[in-house]
Ligand binder design. Structure first.
Ligand SMILES: NC(=O)c1ccc[n+]([C@@H]2O[C@H](COP(=O)([O-])OP(=O)(O)OC[C@H]3O[C@@H](n4cnc5c(N)ncnc54)[C@H](O)[C@@H]3O)[C@@H](O)[C@H]2O)c1
Ligand SMILES: [Zn+2]
Length: 350
C-alpha cells in the first residue's frame, strides 16, 4: 500500500492507495482509533449495489458496528434539502460525537456526507472512500465540503479535513467512460500546472485503456500535487488558486449552459484550451501549447469544443462580481508543467 501524509498539524491525515484496498478498509479505519466506534457509511444509489457490500463486510470483519444509507445518484442530491435526509440517517443510526462517517462515492457523496459530518453534533470524524476519478484525484483531498443552495453551487460549506482518504483504483473499473473522461480533465490539469512528466506519461498512454495498468501511479501523482498546494494554502487564499487552471473560463461556460448541457470536466477542458490560446496570442505562453493540451484532452474523450459564443462567455467573465475593481487573477502556463498566477483586466478578455 502506498501512503501520503497531508501535513496540516493536528488535522494531518493519510491518503492510502492500493488496488483491492476496499477489502482492507475496515482494518485501516479501525486503526484510526476508537475501535468500539459506530461507523455510518453514506453512499449513492449507483455505487451501493457495486461496492457497498465489500466496504460493509470489511468494516464488520474489523469488529466495527456498521450501518449505511444511500442517496439518489447525481448532483441533485447535493441540494441543501438532502442534508435533512442524511442527518435523519445519522440520528436513526444513533451516531454520537465519538462515531465516524465514511463517504463512499463520487464528489457528490463526499461533499454532502463531508458537510453533514462537519455539522452534525458540531462535527464528526469522517473518512473518504472516493469512487470516481474526479473524487480520487480532486474532491476527496483538500478538506472542502459543501452543499448547493438554490442560488448556486457549493454556497453552504466548510473546511473539514477527513481522518483518512482510502483510494482503491479498482473501483474505477465500473465507472462509465463519460465520467472517466470528466475526471481526466483534472488529471490533464495537474500535468499542465505542475508535472510535465505526468503530461508526457498521459500522452504516451494515449487512452483510458492505455492508462489502465498505471492508473494508481497517476492518481498518486495528482494528489501529491494537490497535497503540496493544500498544505501551503489550506484555506484557499493564494497558491491554491493554481488548481483553478482552466476553471475561470470553464465555470463561465458551465454557467452559460445553466449547469446542464456541459459537464464540469468538458468545460474545464475547453477552459484550459481557451485560456492558453489567449495567453499564446499575448505572448505569455509559448505557441503550440494549446494544441498539445487539446490533443491530450481529445485522446481521453474530451473534445475541447463547445457551441458557446466566445465573446458572450468572456463578457460574462469580465462582468463577474468576483472581478474586484475589474481585476481578476487567472492561471497561465509558462510552459507545460509550470503554472503561474497572472492578474488580468477587462481588456485581457477582449
Ligand atoms: N470538494 C472539492 O474540493 C471538490 C472538487 C471538485 C469537485 N467537487 C464536487 O464534486 C461533485 C462531482 O463529483 P463527481 O464527478 O464524482 O460526480 P458524482 O458523485 O455525481 O459521480 C458521478 C456518477 O458516477 C457514479 N459513480 C460513482 N462511482 C462509481 C463507480 N465506481 N462506478 C460506477 N458509477 C459510479 C455516481 O453514482 C454518479 O452517477 C460536484 O458536486 C463538485 O462540486 C468538489
Ligand atoms: Zn474542477
Amino acid at each position: 500500500m502506498r501512503t501520503l501524509t497531508v501535513g496540516l498539524g493536528s488535522r494531518s491525515y493519510d491518503i492510502c492507495c492500493e488496488r483491492g484496498l476496499l477489502d482492507d478498509c475496515g482494518g485501516l479505519i479501525a486503526a484510526l482509533g476508537g475501535a468500539a466506534r459506530k461507523v455510518f457509511v453514506l453512499t449513492d444509489s449507483v455505487v451501493a449495489p457495486l461496492w457497498l457490500g465489500k466496504v460493509v463486510a470489511s468494516l464488520k470483519a474489523a469488529g466495527l458496528d456498521v450501518s449505511s444509507g444511500s442517496v439518489p445518484s447525481g448532483e441533485e442530491s447535493k441540494r441543501f434539502d438532502s442534508l435533512m435526509t442524511v442527518y435523519s440517517m445519522f440520528a436513526s443510526a444513533g451516531l454520537t460525537r465519538s462515531d465516524l462517517v465514511v463517504t463512499l462515492g463520487g464528489g457528490v457523496v463526499g461533499d454532502l456526507g463531508g458537510f453533514a459530518a462537519a455539522t452534525y453534533l458540531r462535527g464528526l470524524d469522517f473518512v473518504q472512500i472516493p469512487t470516481t476519478l474526479l473524487a480520487q484525484v480532486d474532491s476527496a483531498v483538500g478538506g472542502k465540503v459543501a452543499v448547493d443552495l438554490p442560488w448556486g453551487k457549493n454556497l453552504a460549506g466548510a473546511f473539514w479535513q477527513p481522518k483518512a482518504v482510502i483510494v482503491d483504483p479498482d473501483v474505477l473499473d465500473t465507472l462509465p467512460d463519460a465520467w472517466f473522461s470528466d475526471g481526466m480533465a483534472e488529471v490533464v490539469k495537474y500535468g499542465c500546472i505542475r508535472d510535465a512528466e505526468l503530461f508526457d506519461a498521459l500522452q504516451r498512454a494515449g487512452s483510458r485503456e492505455g492508462l489502465r495498468s498505471h492508473i494508481d501511479d497517476v492518481v498518486m501523482r495528482c494528489w501529491d500535487i494537490k497535497r503540496v498546494v493544500v498544505e501551503h494554502d489550506e484555506r484557499d487564499t493564494g497558491e491554491r488558486m493554481i488548481l483553478n487552471f482552466g476553471h475561470t473560463y470553464g465555470h463561465a461556460l458551465e454557467k452559460y449552459y445553466n449547469y446542464r448541457k456541459i459537464s464540469h470536466g468538458a468545460a474545464v477542458a475547453v477552459g484550459m484550451k481557451t485560456i492558453t490560446e489567449i495567453a499564446e496570442r499575448k505572448g505569455l505562453t509559448p505557441s503550440g501549447t494549446a494544441a498539445r493540451i487539446t490533443a491530450l484532452c481529445n485522446a481521453y474523450g474530451l473534445s475541447c469544443a463547445d457551441g458557446a459564443p466566445y465573446r458572450e462567455v468572456c463578457a460574462a467573465i469580465a462582468q463577474d462580481k468576483k472581478n474586484l475593481g475589474g481585476k481578476l487573477n487567472v492561471v497561465l502556463l509558462r510552459e507545460i508543467g509550470d503554472a503561474y498566477i497572472y492578474p488580468t483586466d477587462k481588456e485581457f478578455w477582449q
